[in-house]
Design a protein around this ligand. Sequence first.
Ligand code: USQ
Length: 395
Amino acid sequence: MSHILILGGDGYLGWPTAMYFSNRGHEVTVVDNYFRRNACVELDVGMLYPVPTLIERARIWHELTGKEIKVLIGDLTDPEVMRCLFDGRAEYSWALNKNFTGIPETVVHYAEQPSAPYSLINYKYANITLQNNLLVTNNLMFAIRDFSRDTHIIKLGTMGEYGTPDIDIEEGWIEIEHKGRKDKFLFPRQASSLYHTTKIMDTDLLWFGARMWDLRVTDLMQGPVYGIETEESKIDERLRTIFNYDEIFGTILNRFIVQAVADYPLTVYGKGGQTRGYLNINDTLQCIHMSEQSSAQCGELRIFNQIMETFSANELAEKVQDVGKMRGYNVVLNHLENPRKEAEDHYYSPNYKGLIELGVKPHYLTNEVLEGMLQVVQDNKKNIRKEVIFRGITW
Ligand code: USQ
């Protein structure tokens, strides 16, 4: 079984990915600097339930399964922290001080500031986003170039890189015919936040690395993810992923579920016609797994659109309202003036066949899935802080 390195292993997707691969017998190393946790403290946005530190979670995982997830707490914007993961110098956390066992075959890059509103609070948060996301990606590219060119990079991109163009969205690439000649180019990008802009720049950086140094890169253009439990977290509540429902780090469906339970009118922004591609957190894990099993080739930037179905904000709100009503919640929709600058009524037709062809079996957004989420949120209702649900970060 191969060695998988997960950058950003404390986050909403990072920790479930670590357990998923560990459970399947892989050697797993996670790195994180607690950026998300610290930002939640700084901005005073609560999580739905307390989450043990990464070191504690790895210890709990080991106690319950006998499997080991190695932890390094470090800031990957520091090139030396990144480079020690690939040149054999890594000194893992004193709490889990285990021997380094080799250079990873695959690195999953989640180590980014992931929030569009955070990136636009003001110039300071814009700078933090640019600095963190671009430096981490650049440090990764150079570490792999210098020490480990065969390592497969799986980077999390975002569907928001494409924006909402008035043509069908292809999986990363488009063939263009111009004055009688044809060539293949990256599909046009046009972000609607500075966070999304950094993801475009990441793509460009790694496309450069693939062209110059034959790096192997899979770039997953992911839509907003929803869900709480994964197969691995079900064994103990303390293994549940970080779950935000605030305006900054919470994504739409996770927020709507919490709002339904908290008797807070669902915050549909503007007309609610904004359509995106969505996926269950369990499908993120499958997508990473399938990408890991079939590496990109040397010099290839392979791009997949990582979504399973599309919904407008209104459609999501109505689904939550219907299931909420069945469970006795009085769910009301509130069309707030849109704090974001985005199209509210637009064409949206992305292609997303690639990951299905690789073998991913989608979990669709059924009433049962919504009920499962409502149940976990209900169990933690006492922790919900209504004042963090909407503060109005505008751009
Ligand atoms: N929205 C509402 N009400 C809310 C929250 C969001 O109507 O309370 C709307 C937004 O205006 C937007 C859509 O729902 O049109 C999605 O918003 P979101 O906050 O769920 O997601 P977004 O800001 O786009 O970012 C999230 C993740 C990011 C990921 C991205 C994928 O935070 O890391 O890259 O989803 S995508 O949207 O495809 O770019």
